[in-house]
Design a protein. Sequence first.
Length: 129
Amino acid sequence: MKFMELKDAIAYYTGLEKDALHIHAALFIYILTALVFRRNRRSLLPWTVVFFFEIANELHDLWLNWGAPAHWLITEGAKDIWNTMLWPTAFLIFGRYSGWAQDRKARNAETGPPDGVAAVGDESGLPDR
């Protein structure tokens, strides 16, 4: 089965438009990459992997539709990139510039651990050596 046939089959069997499939595929790739490589939302890696797949997909679409009018290729490609990269970009920006994705070690250093919990690296709960 060719790649375009696979995309058409997924759209047919899910009942989703191809624009919606771009969004779902982007989120799936983003989350899968973050889980496999154990990265949080601050990491550029999941965003980069989604971007790589999207550019490869658009180059494939361009190659298949080479004879189509240029304005159609540009507008459809831009729309696909927008749909694909919106949420991964939002997660990356929000993760980097808010405390949402801050790790526990950094959060404990700023505010201290919750009551009754030893701080990371705190040896107060260990017996003397």
